[in-house]
Design a protein around this ligand. Structure first.
Ligand code: TLP
Length: 343
């Protein structure tokens, strides 16, 4: 099977498995797991933040960040296709008691001119804005990347109004690779950042939440409340430490494979790729003009050994990662062409 459903499907490498087997561990709820402590220090260093926290998932990292940056009854500004709004089981409402104020954009990039009009002070009718959330890369917009100056401007203007910014950087290493900036530079303007070890970086489990020391200390308590206090989590952290060193240099290859997939798809009759040239490892394409529903194409492809998820009635998402090679991507294109009508 060529699995292009997500980069979450990556399996740990031999080096990660070795590190997991040999990891020095302790009880992390007591703060005594040396490998977790090392990973948290390393994540803080990479993101340029005071402290970091290992959490079991990206969803938990975002949930804790929003809880720390808001009060019950506030609004969180978020792009309308954002993961926070659409794929986290309403955690912003459920755990933080906040409503999401969503903003449409053509490309997933929230610029200040779109944010500013929906910022609200508390009033007799309106809930006030608690914080702003940005997603870099933007998953459902097709792995789009914030220009670093947009990140800086949004955060500076938000801070000037006393608002804090959380960055969903699930794929921040892909963003850094694509725009030639360091992860640290991309995280610097935001107050808190979540990034995933278990997506393009390839570790089996885990995400990191980084930010100011007091926020992370508070976040540690919320993690426990959510049932995310893990014990000998060093076995997971060990793989994360390897992923942080081993995988970032390989991401350019995933991005090149995504570009090749996009080019091949764009040459198929009735297929539209959006954006035409993917910036990172996510390719979103629409097959509406072929007359085939996305779910039907996905089912046909499964029968041909290629896994690609539908994300809408006529749209699908293919994600490249280190467990699919260039040859796999070429084969996927052949199978898609064969599965489409008119052959
Ligand atoms: N994204 C998953 C699905 O949930 C859609 C995927 O396959 O891409 N932020 C962003 C931008 C994400 O893409 C994801 C996962 C998360 C947060 C949540 O991470 P997890 O799955 O670890 O809770």
């Amino acid at each position: 099977m060529i699995d292009l459903r997500s980069d979450t499907v990556t399996k740990p490498t031999a080096a990660m498995r070795r590190a997991m087997a040999e990891a020095e561990v302790g009880d992390d709820v007591y703060g005594e797991d040396p490998t977790v402590n090392r990973l948290e220090e390393r994540a803080a260093e990479i993101t340029g933040k005071e402290a970091a926290l290992l959490v079991p998932s990206g969803t938990m990292g975002n949930t804790i960040a929003i809880k720390c940056l808001t009060r019950h009854g506030q609004e969180v500004i978020c792009e309308s296709r954002g993961h926070l709004l659409n794929y986290e089981l309403s955690m912003t409402a459920w755990f933080s008691g906040c409503l999401i104020r969503s903003v449409d954009t053509p490309d997933g990039i929230l610029t200040w001119d779109r944010i500013q009009p929906v910022i609200r002070p508390a009033g007799p009718h309106a809930a006030d804005t608690g914080c702003i959330e940005l997603e870099n890369t933007h998953n459902m917009a097709g792995g789009t990347v914030y220009p670093p100056e947009v990140l800086r401007e949004v955060c500076a203007r938000a801070h000037a109004l006393g608002l804090r910014v959380h960055l969903d950087g699930a794929r921040i290493f892909n963003a850094a690779e694509a725009c030639g900036a360091s992860v640290r530079d991309l995280c610097e303007p935001a107050d808190t950042v979540m990034f995933c070890l278990s997506k393009a970086l390839g570790a089996p489990v885990g995400s990191m939440l980084a930010g100011p020391r007091d926020v992370i200390a508070q976040g540690r308590l919320y993690r426990k409340r959510l049932g995310g206090g893990m014990r000998q989590a060093g076995v997971l952290a060990a793989a994360g430490l390897v992923a942080l060193e081993e995988t970032p240099p390989k991401l350019a290859e995933d991005h090149a494979n995504a570009k090749m997939l996009a080019e091949g798809l764009a040459n198929m009759r009735g297929v539209r790729v959006e954006p035409a040239v993917p910036a990172t490892n996510i390719v979103i394409f629409d097959v509406g003009a072929t007359g085939l529903a996305a779910a039907e194409l996905s089912a046909r492809l499964r029968g041909r050994g290629v896994l690609i998820n539908p994300i809408g009635p006529t749209t699908l998402r293919a994600v490249t990662h280190y467990d699919v090679s260039r040859a796999d991507c070429r084969r996927a294109l052949e199978e898609i062409a064969a599965a489409l009508p008119g052959r």
